[in-house]
Design a binder for this molecule. Structure first.
Ligand code: ZN
Length: 323
């Protein structure tokens, strides 16, 4: 088993491919019947074609279950072609961990091949909001022809708290644990193998985005994830994490960032600082807490954006506390 762990971690280290020409160039077998494709650790750009997130698939005797669909219709098609290099079984279900563009814009490609799309009921709130169209237009500006064919499509099956799937003797527990990264994050838990697909609730290799969920509730989600005691954690961005201890460390890094950000903003608000001051000074405040933040990809871009949203959250919390 130790040798297997060593070999797998070697494979994960070697997945840092820059601008892969096709999704299949990043394909890795992660565990028996479990595969992943891995985007680059960047913001969306024309150069990277939007391939900045991960997607996974699990093969069973009766068909394939896919977790997340990548950022565009074209990348979704490439993911399907990649699945076809492993199995010709039908793609039965696609579980979308959350309705953010880099995870669900590939849904249209999967609908074409007859897969049933599953997501949290919040996904319909998202696609009916005018802001989702603003995002779409912003993506069009950046990705241009790479976005061709992409449509904002909702799931066929939604749920509120939990949904269990059985396919080809494999059990998939799909759970909504909290309002964290978005109001509708879901995780996929394979109890037989203790494998957890975390979506964007656990960020590895980049700074989490806190712009559409709730940072306080997100912390409770991370505690629930650790309670499941996963042995393999497959995040929406970054590399797979293997072994309970490594998973605890990775989950705690997301936990620490959110806690540090909340503390820094709370202190600034209590000192009477306004939103503009917080946005301008939040990078320095966090670097003072932990200089290693400067090493995390997209920290300088995403941290001030996070601060903007969390500022209002904490302001509300303080009002509720009567301060
Ligand atoms: Zn996301």
């Amino acid at each position: 088993m130790l040798i297997l762990y060593f070999l797998l971690s070697f494979v994960f280290i070697s997945t840092a491919v820059e601008y892969p020409k096709h999704v299949r160039n990043t394909l890795e077998k992660i565990a028996s019947d479990v595969y992943g494709v891995f985007g680059v650790y960047e913001q969306i750009s024309y150069k990277n074609r939007g391939f900045i997130s991960n997607a996974y698939f699990i093969t069973t005797e009766e068909g394939v279950v896919v977790v997340d669909t990548l950022s565009t219709y074209k990348l979704g098609k490439e993911l399907i072609e990649t699945i076809r290099t492993v199995t010709d079984k039908p793609i039965k279900f696609v579980i979308v961990t959350h309705y953010h563009t880099d995870h669900f814009y590939g849904v249209s490609a999967f609908k074409e091949v007859g897969a049933t799309i599953i997501a949290h009921e919040w996904s319909y709130d998202y696609i009916s909001e005018p802001s989702s169209w603003n995002f779409f237009k912003a993506r069009q500006k950046i990705l241009r022809e790479h976005l061709d064919g992409t449509e904002m499509i909702g799931p066929q099956i939604t749920f509120k708290d939990e949904l269990n799937l059985n396919l080809g003797k494999k059990i998939f527990e799909v759970k909504h644990l909290c309002r964290g990264h978005t109001p509708g994050d879901i995780i996929v838990w394979l109890p037989q193998k203790q494998i957890l697909f975390s979506g964007d609730l656990v960020f590895d290799g980049r700074i989490p985005f806190l712009g559409s969920g709730n940072s306080k509730s997100w912390l409770s989600c991370l505690e629930k994830i650790l309670e499941l005691k996963p042995r393999l954690l497959l995040p929406g961005h970054g590399e797979p994490v293997m072994g309970e201890e490594n998973i605890r460390k990775t989950v705690n890094r997301t936990y620490k960032y959110i806690t540090d950000l909340r503390e820094a903003i709370r202190n600034m608000i209590e000192e009477g600082k306004d939103i503009d001051y917080v946005r301008e000074n939040i990078n320095d405040a966090l670097i003072e807490k932990d200089p290693s933040y400067t090493q995390i990809p997209v920290f300088f871009d995403v941290n001030p954006v996070n601060a903007y949203y969390v500022y209002f959250e904490i302001e509300n919390e303080l009002i509720e506390e009567g301060l």
